[in-house]
Design a binder for this molecule. Structure first.
Ligand code: GDP
Ligand code: MN
Length: 382
């Protein structure tokens, strides 16, 4: 679960990180009232789950009430890379002498948290990693021992932090790990980590991702919700027990069962295709589940062709076929669907599809045949 900046900052503050005073608001009037209460200058910040808000006009300094009103009016409702701004964080403005970068993410291949630090903050860190990798210090934290203050000082020193702020930066790195480990985060990032003219390090931005599987251990944070963050179709899919993960390719997939869905990704890749998603329909075969699955898959505009890979066990292939027909009666699409039905009542299922003769539904008997068909159909449309 990704948190909004101000939600992340609340977790930061809970673990002793220094953050500026601020208020979360959803209306222009409340924004102005918050700004008046905090005292000028303030920063008006869009709260959306996407970076680069500054460049997109979602972060503005206001030096008086009129400016606060103007910025709040402009930023509320703003579309930042497809994320509509419903909420603002009004923060007491900081003076900035320097902008650093710090983050901790889960490095799965190293089975350890990875701390990264750079004095090239404020900008896109991928750019730093690519163009000047020597300016990005990487340090794996031992998950059993955690990070000591001495290690944090070493990281800050190695990264080239100014001598007079090394201790202050190190304190932040230690606290950032405290947030990471105690809140079960998979990412904690500060960009920029500013140095104030008084030579104190401070988190000006916060990006936090929490491990969904650990939310039950954090009743306080589990209740945090973000308006507009969950796609309504994905939400419906979850409610019906569908496991959906979007990927980068153009071939939509569905398998009944996680193992089958994963092998479907493999066969499609082997046939030269690029999967657009992972979708496990579990045991679901009724029309409502199938229709939602089709909607979820087609909600991704990149999808050019779809493969339904069904192995009938408890799920009966004729039920799936009927579910598909019911779904197609309501969904108007010309995207080709390859449907592989095998297992319990497969002959009946294929017969139902053949008799319905929907022009863009193509039955297939084997997984490899289905993968090759769907890849060919996707290529025809690109
Ligand atoms: P992002 O663009 O989504 O990463 O949003 P940030 O919270 O990082 O803000 C973007 C930029 O706005 C920062 O890199 C700062 O340069 C600037 N900014 C944000 N808050 C303040 C502030 O309190 N004072 C000043 N002077 N600049 C700020
Ligand atoms: Mn930032």
């Amino acid at each position: 679960m990704d948190l909004l900046e101000y939600q992340g900052k609340q977790l930061f503050a809970k673990h002793g990180l220094d953050i500026s005073a601020g208020r979360a608001v959803t209306t222009v009037d409340d924004a102005v009232a918050a700004a008046n209460e905090l005292g000028y200058p303030v920063v008006v910040k869009a709260q959306v789950l996407i970076g680069g808000r500054g460049k997109a006009g979602g972060v503005k300094l206001a030096s008086d009430e009129a400016e606060a009103r103007e910025h709040a009016t402009n930023i509320l409702g703003l579309d930042i890379k497809g994320h509509i701004v419903h909420e603002l964080w009004i923060e007491k403005a900081s003076d900035i002498a320097d902008e650093y970068y710090a983050s901790i993410l889960l490095d799965r291949s190293a089975k350890a948290p990875l701390l990264m630090f750079s004095v090239e903050g404020g900008i896109d860190i991928e750019e730093v990693a690519e163009k000047t990798p020597e300016k990005l210090v990487k340090f794996h934290i031992d998950p059993l021992d955690g990070i000591t203050r001495e290690q944090a000082i070493q990281v800050a020193t190695q990264g080239g932090a100014d001598a007079d702020v090394i201790e202050s930066v190190a304190d932040i790195l230690v606290a950032l790990y405290d947030v990471w480990i105690k809140e079960d985060a998979t990412l904690t990032e500060i960009n920029p980590l500013i140095i104030t003219p008084e030579r104190r390090a401070k988190a000006l931005d916060a990006k936090v991702t929490l491990d969904n599987n650990a939310l039950y251990r954090h009743p306080d944070t589990a209740g945090l919700t973000v308006q507009g963050a969950v796609d309504p179709i994905e939400e419906k899919a979850q409610a019906l027990g569908l496991q959906y993960v979007a990927l980068d390719g153009d071939i939509g997939l569905l398998g009944n069962g996680a193992g089958l869905a994963m092998s479907t990704l493999d066969v499609v890749a082997q046939a030269g295709g690029a999967p657009a998603n992972f979708l496990d329909a579990a045991g679901g075969s009724n029309a409502e589940v199938i229709k939602t699955a089709v909607e979820v898959i087609l909600s991704n505009p990149r999808v050019k062709a779809v493969l339904f890979n069904i192995f009938g066990g408890i799920t009966r292939c004729d039920e799936v076929a009927n579910g598909l027909l019911a779904a197609f009666a309501e969904i108007d699409t010309d995207i080709p669907f390859v449907v592989r039905l095998d297992g319990t009542n497969d002959l009946e299922g294929r017969k139902i599809l053949e008799q319905a003769a929907i022009p863009n539904v193509h039955p297939a008997a084997t997984m490899n045949e289905a993968a090759e068909m769907v890849v060919a159909l996707a290529k025809e449309r690109s």
